[in-house]
Write a protein that binds this ligand. Structure first.
Ligand SMILES: [Zn+2]
Length: 93
């Protein structure tokens, strides 16, 4: 479904194509937002899941989101593509 597209790194809703990340060739990468993914790479390739949680919480508090909404977003982070992949690599290593 197209309606619930979120960034697969930080869980930000990608409601507008302007928010999509960009590839090296300038193409839009619809799985990530532009804050996480730019010019074909993660803007912060070494960030950990815990650091991302802190960043997302700070950002959402700054945007005056309510605690429930913040909690849902934080809980969804480990299920996102970026973080699941790390886990898979560890499991198969
Ligand atoms: Zn993002």
């Amino acid at each position: 479904m197209e309606s619930k597209r979120i960034c697969q790194s930080c869980s930000m809703p990608l409601s507008d194509p302007e928010l999509f990340g960009t590839g090296k060739d300038g193409s839009r990468k619809k799985h990530y937002c532009k804050y996480c993914y730019e010019n074909g790479q993660f803007t912060d390739p070494h960030i950990t899941l815990e650091e991302m949680k802190t960043r997302v919480r700070d950002k959402m508090e700054e945007m005056k989101m309510d605690a429930d909404t913040i909690g849902i977003s934080l809980n969804s982070l480990p299920n996102l593509k970026r973080w699941r992949k790390v886990e898979t690599i560890q499991l198969t290593a």
